[in-house]
Ligand binder design. Structure first.
Ligand SMILES: Cc1cc2nc3c(=O)[nH]c(=O)nc-3n(C[C@H](O)[C@H](O)[C@H](O)COP(=O)(O)OP(=O)(O)OC[C@H]3O[C@@H](n4cnc5c(N)ncnc54)[C@H](O)[C@@H]3O)c2cc1C
Ligand code: SF4
Ligand code: SF4
Ligand code: SF4
Length: 376
């Protein structure tokens, strides 16, 4: 019997920036990460460019090669997820993991400046000191409330960039349009690399998602990324001075009184004026959530080599999920060489089950939130 005719090769058009506009920008879920612009195949001749406050746009449509790279690497598209799910053995809702543990950096200088237990910083320093990396793509504070992407190549630079949230020294500057998301992916393109270079990247799930897609597509220089250290992430925030005033009014505090901000099961704000931290539920911050985060369902960073969060651990400790053999190798190195401590009394089977239950619960909550936005 004759076979059903299939689509001719010439009819299967790769997606292009126009599809990105339709599937991401028009749905209002562009995270403004800049990845599509930085890694555009026609970057040299300027096909697309970032806008001041919003999704990128065509700078010159005629220069677009319709190659589809921008579409494929965008963290808000899912064309390569079948391949990634298989490669990283994804199982809903938290992905594959080999080991879960609560730990902290042995060095008190790291613990003092870190967000939680300083395990991320301790591993990066161990990698650098063992010559397993030339540098780490992270983010560093530039003033009391702003961070920028940063390629750290020394122990001092890694230490300087430790911490995730904000240790506020002095008054908060006028924020303008303020975004807690730091666009590190575009920075990868700016690293002056050689093919023998080895780099670790720290990032939230959407950033590690982009890196894995680039590696899958052999997009240069993703081949120099040897280790991915993923941070848990429930959401990020984007707001201006008007929204800031609204939050201050709603929760009865001033940004100028903030000493430190952290995210665990809630947004936790330590005020200079009060010993008890203010805890704000994520559901009360919907109006300042980045739009891309509304449809994001990856909480525990399941495509990374190791992922880290505060959730599930006591203050001063980091929850660590070792996911890949590569992750296992570097975690064991940092532990065996004395950069990390795993207290036995906090790592019994009951404690580990509790940690896991919390991560599963947050992952499910995040998936449900994404589903509810998708059907709107
Ligand atoms: C935006 C964001 C949201 C988060 N949300 C949650 C959450 O909901 N629940 C939870 O349990 N944990 C969350 N985390 C993770 C948590 O805040 C800690 O980063 C994690 O527990 C590791 O702590 P640590 O003390 O071991 O890290 P540290 O030793 O302090 O090292 C953190 C490293 O991350 C780098 N870094 C900080 N911000 C960024 C960034 N935006 N992009 C790339 N690198 C960065 C720093 O430069 C530093 O190298 C979030 C982190 C971020 C950045
Ligand atoms: S050239 Fe390729 S990567 Fe650049 S905008 Fe066009 S389709 Fe996207
Ligand atoms: S999320 Fe990033 S890659 Fe996707 S369209 Fe927006 S800027 Fe481009
Ligand atoms: S919630 Fe998702 S989209 Fe938003 S910053 Fe975190 S990982 Fe990225």
């Amino acid at each position: 019997m004759a076979e059903e005719p299939t689509a001719k090769r010439s009819e299967v058009k790769p997606k292009s920036f126009e599809d990105l506009i339709k599937d991401v920008h028009e749905k209002d879920i562009c995270g403004e990460c800049g990845g599509c612009v930085s890694f555009c195949s026609a970057a040299e001749i300027g096909a697309i460019e970032m806008t001041e406050d919003g999704p990128p746009h065509y700078a010159n449509k005629d220069n677009c090669l319709h190659c589809g790279i921008c579409y494929l690497i965008c963290p808000e598209t899912f064309e390569l997820d079948k391949e990634l799910n298989k490669k990283y053995d994804f199982r809903a809702p938290i992905g594959n993991w080999l080991k879960i543990v609560t730990a902290q950096a042995k060095d008190p200088r790291i613990r003092e400046v870190a967000t939680d237990g300083g395990v991320v910083t301790a591993i990066l320093i161990a990698l650098l000191e063992d010559n397993l990396i030339n540098g780490a793509l992270i983010s560093k504070r530039i003033n009391s409330f702003q961070r920028v992407p940063f390629f750290a190549t020394s122990k001092e630079e890694i230490l300087e960039a430790a911490g995730t949230y904000y240790d506020l020294k002095g008054p908060v500057p006028e924020l303008g349009n303020y975004n807690t998301f730091v666009s590190t992916i575009s920075e990868l393109k700016k690293i002056k690399y050689s093919d023998s270079m080895k780099v670790a990247v720290v990032g939230v799930p959407c950033q590690i998602h982009s890196i894995r897609k680039m590696q899958e597509l052999n997009i240069i220089p993703a081949h120099i990324v040897k280790y991915t250290l993923g941070l848990f992430c429930y959401e990020n925030f984007k707001f201006d001075n008007i929204a800031r005033a609204r939050i201050e009014e709603r929760f009865k505090f001033s940004f100028n009184d903030i000493e430190k901000i952290n995210i665990k099961e809630d947004l936790i704000i330590k005020l200079k004026t009060n010993d008890n931290p203010l805890k704000i539920e994520f559901s009360d911050l919907k109006d300042i959530m980045r739009h891309a985060c509304r449809v994001c369902e990856n909480f525990s960073n399941y495509f990374s080599d190791i992922s880290f969060g505060g959730l599930g651990s006591q203050t001063g400790y980091t929850t660590v999920m070792v996911r890949t053999k590569t992750g296992e190798k570097i975690y064991n190195l940092a532990q065996n060489k004395g950069y990390i401590i795993e207290p036995n009394d906090l790592n019994g089977s009951v404690e580990k089950s509790k940690m896991l239950a919390q991560i599963i619960s947050f992952s499910e909550r995040k998936s449900k939130r994404a589903e509810s936005f998708e059907v709107q």
